[in-house]
Design a protein. Structure first.
Lengths: 251, 332
């Protein structure tokens, strides 16, 4: 089976600082892959390279067998990579429903055809289905900027799924979220992974500091320390890894 | 559309159709002047209000439109060919002006576009062979329409009204299509927009180009209204004034420019004619702008939204305190 995402010996340095120093891993179709590590271990740099925000110094990133190392964010989105950001990134002055529609509208047709397309690009039903799934029906008609932090977080995550991506990169989905909602997000993500709306399985890569969340959600976990991979394994393996415990979990 | 919106629109349409019959020549002229600025600032509202690109070069496009038509008319080319050419030229130049916006934003973009406006103004002033320099271009003719003469002010008013309504409907169609959402997404959060597959380069350039084309059409109508053009009305001050009109009316509100242009064109003119006010009109106008910016930074049309938001938060807090009181009652 070809891996959905294959990262080979990725390197990125900022001046003398080697933020990511030769990282390799694979993500299989349908897999939830967690990335953990202390602050400054290179998780975000790795993420930004995978998302085309920065260009790595060396190494290769392949998506469905195609080299995407030098693709920008726009190209990656078109090729089926969705993402969320560490901080809230909703369109504050649009309604929740419009936020979802705009999240997928550019994946259909051309700019010229979109000029004459209906306002919801025919995505209304799909948006409504996600709205119900994320249980944000009661706020769907409100401007996203007026919602509470937790509600905006849900909208933010839902947006990443609107275009039915093959791969979703989630950057700290629990940051700033209250404990009761953390459980809700975990349940949602598991459900989206098992029962995708389109029937097409998508894989997730999750960066997160909340250890219980990662251990519960992910199929496999990669531990990064000082820009390098310390271990890759199932949650049980990671929990039992003496080296990881000393370096990170034991702290 | 809500019922009271339709009623408001019907009243406005009736007024626009009937009012000129009861106005003197100057009143009709002033209304036409206002409509032309509505059209120009509608374009700027797309660039600034919807797409969030802070442009202070709109006056230049207004000028390019006016000069294109005037120069072509002198060369014996019909207004009806000159006007689309003016719009096209502004579209292309607007597209080019969009490129700096891919690099710089906010106040830096404002200054870049302001520099562009100054450069265009210098061409208008110095290239006498083309633009007539400070002497300007005289006797700019008005177009005819299907054999009808538009030389008198009243027929020309109705012509400008027709063009403005048509252009407004085109813009409304564009804003209601997926493009409208893409522009808003670009304004609210370009980085997120790009990660969702929105081509922010293309939409930024087109926001400038389409906005500029609107100014081009407005400029063409302006040249034929005033019938004498010179560089002054297209200087940086014009761009700032148009920006102010967008901001006063409410950037990102479709009808913002209608109110904004009224504030920027009609109100100062009216104040100038009222005895006792006339000596004070500039300071009063300035003070009104300051007050507006402090109390309604999102423009006049944000007022209903504000009232609605206040009411909603009042209701929400009332509901919360009622719930809290009920909870207390249960405990006790």
């Amino acid at each position: 089976m070809t891996a959905l995402l294959k990262v080979t010996d990725l390197k990125k340095a900022y001046g003398a600082i080697q933020a990511v120093g030769g990282v390799s891993f694979e993500v299989q179709p349908g897999e939830i892959f967690g990335v953990i590590g202390p602050n400054g271990s290179g998780k975000t740099t790795l993420f930004n390279s995978m998302l085309g925000q920065i260009t790595p110094n060396a190494g290769k990133i392949e998506l469905k067998g195609e080299d995407v190392t030098h693709c920008g964010p726009l190209e990656l989105s078109r090729r089926g990579v969705g993402r969320t950001f560490q901080t809230l990134q909703v369109f504050g002055k649009m309604t929740v429903r419009d936020n979802l529609i705009v999240a997928a509208q550019e994946h259909h047709g051309s700019m010229v055809s979109r000029m004459f397309a209906p306002g919801d690009s025919g995505l209304g039903t799909k948006a409504d289905a996600l709205i119900d799934r994320f249980r944000i029906r009661h706020v769907a008609h409100l401007k996203a900027g007026t919602l509470s932090y937790g509600q905006q977080k849900l909208v933010d995550i839902a947006m990443a799924f609107m275009s039915e991506p093959d791969l979703v990169l989630l950057d700290e989905p629990c940051a700033g979220v209250n404990p009761s909602l953390v459980g809700g997000i975990s349940t949602l993500l598991k459900d989206l992974n098992r029962n995708p709306a389109s029937g097409k399985k998508s894989s997730f890569v999750v960066i997160e500091h909340n250890m219980d969340f990662v251990m519960d959600l992910c199929h496999r976990i990669m531990v990064m320390v000082e820009g390098k991979v310390m271990a890759i394994g199932t949650p049980a393996e990671i929990r039992a890894n003496k080296q990881v415990l000393d370096a990170y979990l034991g702290a | 559309m809500k019922k009271n919106h339709i009623i408001l629109l019907a009243i406005a349409a009736a007024l626009l159709l009937v009012l000129p019959q009861y106005l003197k020549n100057y009143g009709v002229y002033l209304l036409t002047y206002w409509l032309i600025f509505v059209l120009a600032t509608m374009g700027l509202n797309l660039t600034v209000g919807y797409a969030g690109q802070k442009s202070l070069g709109h006056g230049a496009f207004f000028g390019i439109g006016a000069y294109t038509v005037a120069i072509l008319l002198k060369a014996g080319i019909s207004w009806w060919i000159g006007m689309p050419l003016a719009a096209l030229l502004c579209f292309v130049v607007g597209l080019i002006l969009g490129f700096p916006a891919l690099r710089v934003q906010t106040i830096y973009l404002a200054f870049a576009t302001l520099g562009f406006n100054t450069a265009v103004w210098l061409v208008m002033r110095n290239e006498e062979w083309l633009t007539g320099g400070t002497f300007g271009i005289n006797n700019v003719a008005r177009p005819g329409l299907l054999g009808l003469s538009l030389d008198a002010n009243r027929p020309y008013y109705y012509f400008v009204l027709g063009v403005t309504v048509l252009m407004a409907l085109l813009l409304l169609g564009l804003l209601r299509s997926p493009w409208g959402k893409a522009f808003t997404a670009l304004r609210d959060n370009p980085i997120r927009a790009e990660s969702l597959g929105i081509n922010i380069r293309a939409y930024t350039l087109l926001a400038f180009a389409i906005g500029a084309a609107y100014a081009g059409v407005a400029g063409a109508l302006f040249a034929s209204l005033v019938q004498f053009i010179e560089p002054a009305p297209f200087a940086v001050a014009a761009s700032i004034m148009m920006y102010l009109m967008v901001v006063m009316g409410g950037p990102g509100y479709f009808f913002g420019p209608v109110l904004g242009a009224a504030m920027g064109v009609v109100v100062p003119e009216w104040m100038r004619d009222v005895p006792g006010v006339s000596e004070w009109y500039l300071p009063l106008f300035g003070a009104a702008v300051v007050v507006l910016m402090v109390w309604l930074p999102d423009g006049l049309l944000s007022l209903p939204d504000r009232i609605r938001a206040k009411r909603a938060s009042r209701e929400a807090s009332a509901a919360r305190s009622a719930a809290a009181a009920a909870a207390k009652g249960v405990k006790a």
